[in-house]
Design a protein around this ligand. Sequence first.
Ligand code: DSN
Length: 410
Amino acid sequence: MSLAAVDLEVASLIEHERARQRDDLELIASENYVSAAVMEAAGSCLTNKYAEGLPGKRYAGGCEHVDKVEDLARVRAMQLFPGSEGVNVQPHSGAQANGAVYLAALKPGDTLLGLDLSNGGHLTHGSSANSSGKLYRAVHYRVNAQGFIDLDNVREIARAERPRIIVTGASAYPRFWDFAAFRAIADEVGALLLADIAHVAGLVAAGLHPSPFGHCDYVTTTTHKTLRGPRGGMAFAKADLMKGLNSAVFPGSQGGPLMHIIAATAVAFGEALRPNFADYQRQVLQNAQAMAAVLLERGFALVSGGTDNHLMLIDLSEKPYSGKDAEAYLGAAGITVNKNTVPNEKRSPFVTSGIRVGTPAMTTRGLGVAESRQVASWIADALDYGQDADRLARIRAEVHALTTRFPVPG
Ligand code: DSN
């Protein structure tokens, strides 16, 4: 029986969400649209299967097919990231992947050094609200006045605090990471080095962002952002650290892996290994450059003055409205973004003084540089005239006319 026949309430909510994703412009930097093939694998009968353990060493029978699926995902993951030495594709999310690395590498109370949350870091990089900040002694580095990672600041804190692990990577940082420089600091203080590349993994795979492999002891990522797979996570480690990492994932922190998601991940990685994936990532970057240029022309401040990657942070500190207001104005104009803290944030995380804008999803539906410039103009108009409901409605109609021309995959 179809979903609608069994449960009209849920079916109709899914239809509303499908329409929202189709009609509005998705600019949340951590989101993307998967292909129909990835969606099919994620919705497959593999959701029925328990497979605790690793391929060939399971705690349940009947794993002969899912073993091959997980092996495909692992092999393809390592092909996507040359220099990787081992991977576990079972973490249910990026947060789970980071938690497993910490479980493998740290003892409770050990010191972890990561990027400050309000400077673009992630909750799992030692926020006091997250287990990473409750179980471990978390200290943080910050960006400099220009909005760039301050390596002098990192070195100074590392020398003073002697962390057991240094965490690189971010949720809202628009510039490249210098993993070699972090390796030198980690070596100087005897720390392990983790790169959480959840945001930039697709760019790394395409060779458009420096790779952490060869520099870091551990690398974690989600699978659903620039990598364009199903919602999930994975964790890589140097060969001699893989056994500990595998035990930290299962039985350390998870039970049965989500085999339908691992199958969908294998499909997405197969897609990412095709040459047109690098073309897509190049377009993601060109679109981000085009949007940043228009926003700067229109007088908006961008954290660090621009972007090297798929996202930019509009700093609204000097504007008479907050990030929360801006998110609402843009939402009324059919453009979905998220409010975001900016360096030296004065407002609460629920209000903020910034918005984060990303190009992965809109690029997947085929928007190019000309459309990106148009979208940035709409953003500027919607922010400049946010109190004018008629104007926001007119922008929304134009947004919908554009999105009709660029269907979402699947
Ligand atoms: N929520 C993700 C993001 O938007 O970057 C990170 O967890």
